[in-house]
Design a protein around this ligand. Structure first.
Ligand code: SPV
Ligand code: MG
Length: 307
């Protein structure tokens, strides 16, 4: 909605309205770029305001915010609806976590088409089945057959426009396979039309990711998610020529910590006096959601008030 009304006087409402650089350009740029996780309109606005050039619509975080487990309990239409709110509230490119595509090639292409229609800039599809389970939970992560998964990738590519990025996510290392399996899959997914490869790992160190990057040699841009190997400095990724780093769940986890602490304090104090200075002011909220634009639109569209 902000997007529509923002051109009212020819100038953007606020910095958040400036369109971002297309995701596909970020993926292909020589610099290492960063995508920040968000999971609803508000977190998307906050992440965009922090200066991130793009966002990651995390399946884990969107599910969690809905009170669901990251095991495809949220429907694909619920995810698409959340993403639409994120697009409207942030106006920066969004890479959507499309899980395994919610089924076969047909479900994957329908998901991608709808995401594109709602303003997302790309989708990541992982080579598992439906339902999938979050990569950090348990050891049951059966991989899809390569040929069948390539069909999912091709169908998404054939259904979406040239500026809609398709990231093929390899779960081979999560599933306990080695580098060879990951590389075999990367080659097949590149051939099937992927724009980038997301190689995922749940080790506490970045060895296997860096080994993959070395062997892969940037045949397509490489995307990583260092949630578990968080101690590795970004300089190592730059040196390895990593295209994009996803900070995958940190607005959601920050929100958990913030909400948990404030609930405990208010419960214990039976008062909100002590925490007023510790929570975001309402002015910040109104600014994030663009109430200033609504005031200008009211001046423009509502009848003038006479005394
Ligand atoms: C997500 O953020 O939902 C991801 C990344 O897919 S992970 O949780 O590491 O699987
Ligand atoms: Mg996910």
């Amino acid at each position: 909605m902000n997007k529509l009304i923002s051109s009212l006087d020819g100038s953007p409402v606020h910095a958040l309205d400036a369109p971002g650089r297309p995701l596909i350009d970020l993926l292909r740029s020589k610099e290492t770029e960063f995508l920040m996780e968000a999971h609803d309109g508000l977190s998307a606005a906050i992440a965009a305001r922090a200066g991130f050039k793009g966002l990651w619509a995390s399946g884990l975080s969107i599910s969690s915010a809905l009170g669901y487990r990251d095991a495809n309990e949220a429907s694909w239409t619920q995810v698409v609806d959340v993403v639409e709110h994120m697009v409207d509230a942030s106006h920066v490119p969004i890479l959507v976590d499309g899980d395994s595509g919610f089924g076969n090639f047909n479900n994957a292409r329908l998901l991608a088409k709808k995401l594109e229609e709602r303003g997302a800039s790309g989708v990541a599809i992982e080579d598992k089945g439906f339902p999938k389970m979050n990569s950090f939970v348990g050891d049951r992560h059966p991989l899809a057959e390569i040929e069948e998964f390539c069909g999912r990738l091709k169908a998404v590519k054939d259904t979406t426009g040239p500026n809609f990025a398709l990231v093929a996510r390899i779960e081979a290392l999560i599933a306990g396979h080695g580098l060879d399996e990951a590389l075999t899959r990367a080659h097949a997914y590149a051939k099937a039309g992927a724009d980038a490869i997301l190689i995922h790992s749940r080790k506490a160190v970045a060895d296997e990711i860096l080994a993959f990057a070395k062997e892969w040699d940037n045949k397509l841009p490489v995307v990583i998610v260092p949630t578990k190997y968080y101690n590795t400095p970004v300089s190592a990724y730059r040196k390895a020529g990593i295209s994009t780093v996803i900070w995958a769940n940190h607005t959601m986890r920050a929100a958990i910590a913030g909400m948990r602490d404030i609930c405990a304090r208010i419960q214990a104090d039976e008062s909100i006096a002590g925490i007023e200075g510790e929570v975001a002011g309402l002015d910040e909220l109104f600014s994030l959601i663009g109430y200033d634009e609504l005031a200008r639109a009211e001046d423009h569209y509502l009848p003038r008030q006479t005394a």
